[in-house]
Design a protein around this ligand. Structure first.
Ligand code: NI
Length: 174
């Protein structure tokens, strides 16, 4: 299966609301999943959303045991989810640096809910799942679902802390 080109910040597809997947059991969706897996692995991504390979559909993949892009992060269960949704469990937030394969080389400090409940159709288990997640796991899920709603992490950087964002090789905090 081919590694697909990752579209970057500036491509209009990244700002669209991606479409629901009505039928998860098609050859088209199966091949999209394969391509996303290969592309995410190739780039050492913690996660990837279908719009990042130019396909405006509500499908995300995330998870790793260890990730070189986020060496401090705890493992996140490897998950392939169609039509995912999340909600915050409470008001508690986490304020941490994150990056995105569509904004290569750049990191920014982003406020996210610390603990969330999320759900979606698990493409491996072939059923709907509900999970509670916190910390980096919750951050990745929020970041990927943002992609499905046309939102990039840079849009969530607080204006007063914009100076804390930038190219990885220029930042002291990652
Ligand atoms: Ni991203």
């Amino acid at each position: 299966m081919p590694i697909r080109k990752i579209i970057k910040f500036g491509n209009p597809i990244l700002s669209w609301r991606a479409k629901e997947i009505d039928d998860v059991n098609t050859a088209e969706i199966a091949s999209l999943v394969e391509d996303m897996i290969d592309t995410m692995q190739h780039h050492d991504g913690a996660g990837i959303a279908a719009p990042q390979i130019g396909i405006s559909k509500r499908l995300v993949i995330f998870g790793f045991d260890k990730n070189p892009r986020y060496p401090e992060a705890l493992p996140v269960p490897y998950t392939i989810l169609a039509n995912p949704e999340y909600e915050a469990v409470d008001d508690e937030t986490d304020y941490k640096m994150e990056g995105c394969l569509s904004i290569p080389g750049i990191r920014g400090k982003v406020l996210r809910f610390k603990k969330i409940k999320y759900s979606g159709f698990d493409m491996e288990k072939k059923c709907k799942i509900d999970r509670v997640a916190e910390g980096f796991h919750a951050r990745v899920v929020q970041h990927e679902i943002d992609h499905l709603n046309g939102i990039l992490f840079l849009q969530r950087v607080l204006p007063e802390d914009f100076h804390l964002s930038g190219f990885e090789d220029e930042l002291s905090e990652l």
